[in-house]
Write a protein that binds this ligand. Sequence first.
Ligand code: C2E
Ligand code: MG
Ligand code: MG
Length: 326
Amino acid sequence: LKMKEAVNERIRCKFSEYSIDFAVGACRLDIAGGVPTAMNKAIYASKLSDTDNVCSFYNAGIANMLEREERLNTLFEDSVKNRDFKVYLQPKVSPSETRACQAEALVRWFHPQEGVIYPSEFIPIFEKNGKICSLDLYMFEEVCRLIDRWIKEKKALVSISVNVSRFHLREAGSEIWKEYKRILDRYDIPEGVIEMELTETILLEENQIPFVKAVLNGFRSCGLRVALDDFGFAYSSLSMLKEFAVDTLKMDRSFFVNENDKSRRIVGSIIQLAHSLDMDVVAEGIEAKEQVEILRKMGCDLIQGYVYSKPLPVGEFEQWREEYDR
Ligand code: C2E
Ligand code: MG
Ligand code: MG
């Protein structure tokens, strides 16, 4: 590990204008398929691992993982064309029943041969190779089409939030909102109906207040609301909140697993702080009725979690909502 750090340091000093990484792989000399191929894959796997993995040994696990990854990559374009990626909607419900429900759009991949594939598997892959950018925009357009249909059918609208990957944000830069505006312009969506979910880490990682401000203001200038997703997961960037115009704070699920008196008090303070800054608060990943009651007393605006519903296909969501409104 020391050697790896030392080499990385030397690379950084010498080639500061490039992003070069040092990784170590190993394989048996008599490996089927040849050493160069196996070594390449081992090194690649070593680069991918988030742990302080010093060296990856080529084995069947690595081979399978990379094969699956390659396969999902080759299927992507056709799946976009065939609209195999589907919008699922998970309700966000007001625990005090004082507000209309909202929903979050979550992607599901229904491949005719591979079956259902979940975002936890394919999003990290598409974040590595940049395909996430077109997937994010695809999901946004699907949501625009859905809202457009609801308007034409004269149905009551439900606000929907859409996820934006931080890799997409990094790739597209501070004018990312223009990509969304181009889609938005093709539909007649009222202001404030769509909310963009950006992960909390954008506040830390970019460490550039002007950059984040430009992104948030850009989205808001075209009538899109902005939410900070997974808030409190990385590190509560509470003091950063004063810098930015954010509409909604989504408290991460980690606050509510193994919760205790202290974590509840933290949640209570976050809700108060958010309200004092004119933000709505959504609690994510709520599974138990008792939690709903506690959050209602704390003034939490919306609750999203299995306690109300898992993410549903659009048709089932529409049914769910009709029953809920009754
Ligand atoms: P997220 O945006 O934080 O979404 C919430 C995740 O928590 C969803 O998982 C949802 O199904 C899950 N969840 C909701 N309620 C509960 C609960 O009560 N208990 C538990 N254990 N889990 C709950 P999902 O759909 O698998 O999505 C995982 C992540 O994948 C999302 O986290 C988001 O970061 C990413 N993702 C999903 N769809 C998209 C998309 O269209 N674009 C981008 N960029 N990312 C997406
Ligand atoms: Mg989200
Ligand atoms: Mg979240």
